[in-house]
Design a protein around this ligand. Structure first.
Ligand code: ISL
Ligand code: CA
Length: 557
């Protein structure tokens, strides 16, 4: 079998978090007109596809991942006319647009839920999961992702409804065919407008185990695997969605979600499955999260990190497809997490960019990481806005634990690390807004910003531009085979990508150490690119510099 060629395997995605990208009217909130004002920036960067985090009408409990009207634009972001202009502006530049499809749950302010809660016999009752309580408490001990119970009591009808995320994100009942039809109608509406596909939020969660049994709370990740994800009808639903909607359009789909493990990934993305095209699996992103999740960090090793990339490559094979990414709006900034956000920020951000662009999978760049934006280290909890951070904070205080210790964890894993405003220049609030930003700008904006990066030929931004254009000219990076080299090495991540015509050796130093390194089994090569002006080679050995990353191309043998 050979890999089928598809545009969505070759192109590069750029994720925009609209609230924090660019504010056009001074209210401190990024908006669609703001994005429109930066279209040439996106085009110059060389990306091919924009994934837009939700811009639908929303009470904004979870920054737009709680939708109250799937056919309307949130007034803070603009109007449908603005949206149409954005879509046109992107298409004019040859850039595609992916919408974020958040249909595991809606907002509790969605009209469906407003009806549903009215009475036990309301026609919309079965759009959600309502259950009677048990022994004076919730129907089961199922925990929510963001702390507390996944069940909320509604006095009006004296029953509980299910919410895997916040109370304001009730889970939609996909067992109900009317719900599925509503979702398909929403999808057609956006595809008919001309959008090019969807990123599907927590897609493995849409089918539930209807028994809602008691669960073992000592290990949250097994609750995800055993109870939230990959429910009994998930593949049936996705195949129906494909048949009813996707199949009729030239579009792409990427499923996000906790619980899609490598053992079952091809059930979602295998070509013969007719479900979705690719997934954002979270294995490397959840690395180091302990039994109680992200607030319970445990040590991991560099080999664990490398193993994941190699193992995923093996299991996906030529059947399916995945995304390659190191950050998004739910996690730390990649340079802070896997690189060095201090002395070697530039080198390590570029080295990580090489990794993203040279593994097999569709790369995704999160806005701001192309200029090496870092985590934010606020020392006052009140500067944080994320509902997840606040829910965990309250629980932490309830347990009588130290608030300072909590802040330290947030500095590492808080989602707001990735949600501070995009840093455009060194003017007040980084040129993001002329008003007061909804969340504080990272104080390092005077050094780290787009304007600065555009002036500096050696910037991270320029390096991304270069890498993206090189990737376009080297299809082996897209389709070629992969093999890890010297896998046990403590600092080096080295691998080979090849096909019948070309071979590349990629060698990445994940440390600030300098040392001589010989790439085992490397044949005659020339250096194609790297994150230092030049790579020092003596005999067979490379004098690796801190966080150095190099791509060698084998000369034809
Ligand atoms: O953020 C996480 C952990 O802190 C992830 O586990 C995250 O909850 C999970 O990947 C689901 O994320 C998606 O759905 C959520 C939303 O809050 C996230 O922003 C979104 O990416 C609920 O819609
Ligand atoms: Ca605005």
């Amino acid at each position: 079998m050979t890999i089928t060629r598809k545009w969505w395997k070759e192109e590069v995605i750029y994720q925009i978090y609209p609230r924090s990208f660019k504010d056009s009217n001074g209210d401190g909130i990024g908006d669609i007109q703001g994005i429109i004002s930066k279209l040439d920036y996106l085009s110059d960067l060389g990306i091919d596809i924009v994934w837009l985090s939700p811009v639908y009408r929303s009470p904004n409990d979870d920054n737009g991942y709680d939708i109250s009207d799937y056919y309307d634009i949130h007034p803070e972001f603009g109007t449908m006319a603005d949206f149409d202009l954005l879509l046109q502006g992107l298409h004019d530049r040859g850039i595609r647009l992916l919408m974020d499809l958040v249909v595991n749950h809606s907002s509790d302010e969605h009209q469906w839920f407003q009806e549903s809660r009215k009475s036990r016999d309301n026609p919309y009752r079965d759009f959600y999961f309502w259950r009677p309580g048990k022994n004076g408490g919730p129907p089961s001990n199922l925990p929510s992702f963001f702390g507390g119970s996944a069940w909320a009591y509604d006095e009006l009808t004296e029953e509980y409804y299910l919410h895997i995320f916040t109370k304001k994100q009730p889970d939609l009942n996909w067992e109900n065919q009317k719900v599925r039809e509503e979702v398909y109608t929403i999808m057609r509406f956006w595809l008919d407008k001309g959008v090019d596909g969807f990123r599907m939020d927590v897609i493995p969660l849409i089918s539930k185990n209807l028994d809602f049994p008691e669960v073992d709370l000592s290990d949250f990740s097994s609750v995800i695997h055993d109870h939230f994800s990959n429910g009994p009808r998930v593949h049936e639903f996705l195949q129906e969605m494909h048949r009813e909607v996707l199949h009729h359009y030239d579009c792409m789909t990427v499923g996000e979600g906790p619980g899609i493990t490598m053992e079952i990934a091809n059930d979602y993305v295998g070509e013969d499955r007719k479900e979705i095209n690719m997934i954002f699996h979270l294995d490397h992103m959840l690395l180091g999260y302990g039994p109680q999740g992200k607030m319970d960090l445990v040590p991991t090793s560099f080999t664990d990190f490398k193993d994941l990339f190699s193992d995923w490559y093996q299991v996906i094979g030529e059947q399916g497809w995945i995304n390659i990414f190191l950050d998004n709006h739910d996690f730390a900034r990649m340079v802070s997490r896997w690189g060095d956000d201090d002395q070697y920020r530039k080198q390590s951000a570029k080295m990580l960019a090489i990794l993203i662009m040279t593994l097999r999978g569709t790369p995704c760049i999160y806005n701001g990481s192309e200029i090496g934006m870092t985590n934010v280290y606020f020392d006052d909890i009140n500067e944080y806005k994320d509902v997840e951070t606040w829910n965990f904070y309250r629980e932490h205080l309830d347990r009588g634990e130290d608030p300072e210790a909590f802040l330290k964890i947030v500095h590492r894993v808080g989602r707001d690390n990735a949600r501070t405003p995009m840093q455009w220049d060194d003017s007040k609030h980084a040129g993001f807004t002329s008003g007061q930003p909804w969340i504080k700008v990272n104080p390092n904006y005077s050094d780290i910003n787009v304007e600065e990066a555009q002036k500096d030929n050696d910037s991270i931004l320029k390096f991304y531009q270069h890498l993206l254009s090189v990737r376009k000219a080297h299809p082996t990076w897209v389709y070629g085979a992969y093999a890890s080299i010297d896998h046990g090495h403590d600092q080096i991540f080295a691998y080979k990508r090849w096909d019948a015509d070309n071979t590349y050796y990629i060698v990445l130093n994940f440390s600030e150490k300098s040392f001589d390194y010989i790439i085992p089994e490397m044949h005659t090569t020339s250096r194609l690119l790297g994150n230092y002006p030049k790579t020092e080679i003596e005999g067979d050995a490379i004098a690796m510099k801190p966080w150095e990353g190099v791509v060698f191309q084998a000369e034809s043998e």
